[in-house]
Design a protein around this ligand. Structure first.
Ligand code: MTE
Ligand code: MO
Length: 419
């Protein structure tokens, strides 16, 4: 609750500013959002909407869990976890050559040769090479992020280079502990180029051991998981045990088996967290929500309230020509939550100014934002409320990549009833 009241205090000035700004603009697109409604910006309704947003970062045990496994690896008793390498003391990572498509390596890191990487060696690397970045963890198939975190790890390339690869190395695949049952293996993969270099100012692919400044819990994939900054959750393998270097030129992710598009980076999308759905005529309607900022960035969040019976043209299935209205994207919070020690972003973290602890740019790509707004009220009837993200190029969700199996970005629909 402490974090929440701080969050509200941090956002109050902003909302005041916002509604003054909107008020000065007068009527906006669609004519629904009138100047008069913006007269009392610090409204109790709006505070109610902001109060529903919760903390910015998600505590580790507040993430939604979609892990596979029978039994779930994180639910194993401590004794068994020690036995199978799911503790920091017993964890070992093998970095080996794919026997079917072998690259030329000078060395492998294997348990049999006694050269597997252990947690002490990982921490020795971390002392010099640790990186941190913000990322929203989202399942490609789920319409709501699983959680937002600051992830810390060592670049995967530093570990790949330990094998002194020479040539015929085109891809890396990796998997974690899966109850020693081949049928339960959950594998993901990346082109070697993405591991060795970070295109478009992305942070590196990491071998991750901390989340929000704390050791990665077993449920989040600890002691060690992979985190790929721009990817959906299925690329971020938990309970990491094996990295396999291969000359295979294409993706061999387990997730491809369910018809998923496994080469698709995070999309931008928005959703509502709070809006009253049973209303009186003319009653002001506060609303708030979040947006995931995908690889395409975010320029805005918009809302459209469609009266029942007013159908948009069939030639516009993604509602690009509907009378969308801008909401206010809230600035970076000054209180982060999520269990971050002292509520401070660790220094250094990519994308953050080390002297102020604030993001260098906002909205921050691959992270989350909150938004809020207030509608002046509707006449009696039934309506459909929709929200959408608009990317940095001005393209509205679910475009430019509308297909479901490359990541959920369907426009949400909420029914409002006004009496
Ligand atoms: N070993 C392993 N890693 C895994 C999975 C899994 O089932 N097993 N699920 C993946 C999927 S589909 C998602 S969306 C993310 C979820 O990460 P989280 O549990 O930390 O939210 O983990 C990924 N990593
Ligand atoms: Mo997922």
């Amino acid at each position: 609750m402490h974090a929440l009241s701080e969050f509200l205090a941090n956002h109050r000035n902003l909302t005041r500013r916002h509604f003054v700004k909107l008020g000065a603009g007068g009527l906006v697109a669609g004519g629904l959002w009138a100047r008069s409604a913006m007269a009392d910006p610090a409204s109790p309704e709006l505070e109610q909407a902001l109060a529903k947003l919760g903390s910015y970062l998600t505590p580790q045990d507040g993430f939604n869990d979609v892990s596979r496994g029978n039994p779930l690896p994180h639910s194993l008793p401590d004794e068994k976890k020690r036995e199978v390498g799911l503790t920091q003391e017993t964890w070992k990572l093998e970095v080996i050559s794919d026997p079917e498509h072998p690259p030329k390596l000078r060395k492998q890191l294997s348990k049999s040769a006694g050269t597997a990487l252990d947690f002490t060696a990982l921490m020795a690397l971390a002392e010099k090479r640790a990186v941190r970045f913000a990322k929203v963890m989202t399942c490609l198939n789920i319409g709501c992020p699983l959680g937002m975190g600051i992830w810390e790890g060592v670049p995967l390339r530093d570990i790949v280079w330990m094998t002194s690869p020479r040539e015929d190395l085109r891809r890396v695949f990796y998997y974690g502990y899966h109850n020693d049952d081949p049928k339960q293996m959950f594998r993901s993969s990346l082109p070697i180029g993405r591991v060795l270099e970070d295109p478009f100012d992305l942070p590196p692919v990491i071998v991750c051991y901390k989340l929000n400044g704390q050791w990665l819990t077993a449920e989040r994939g600890g002691p060690v998981r992979i985190v790929v900054p721009e990817a959906y959750g299925f690329k971020c393998i938990k309970w990491l045990s094996h990295v396999v270097l291969t000359n295979l030129p294409y993706a061999n992710d387990t997730y491809a088996e369910q018809n998923n598009d496994v080469d698709s980076p995070l999309k931008s999308f928005a959703a509502t967290l709070f809006v009253p759905t049973e209303l009186k005529a003319g009653q002001r309607i506060p609303m708030s929500g979040y947006a995931q900022v995908g690889i395409g960035g975010l320029s805005n969040v918009q809302v459209w309230i469609q009266p029942e019976g007013e159908e948009p043209p069939a030639s516009d299935p993604y509602f690009t020509r509907a009378p969308w209205v801008d909401m206010e994207v809230l600035p970076a919070p000054t209180s982060w939550g999520g269990g971050l020690p002292d509520d401070k972003i660790p220094v250094p973290t990519e994308g953050f100014d080390p002297s102020t602890g604030q993001p260098r740019a906002w909205p921050m790509r691959l992270a989350k934002v909150h938004w809020a707004g207030i509608h002046p009220g509707l006449s009696p009837g039934k309506y459909t409320l929709r929200s959408r993200a608009v990317d940095a190029k001005g393209i509205g969700q679910p475009l430019p990549r509308p297909f479901r199996k490359s990541g959920h970005a369907a426009i949400e629909q909420i029914t409002l009833v006004v009496t």
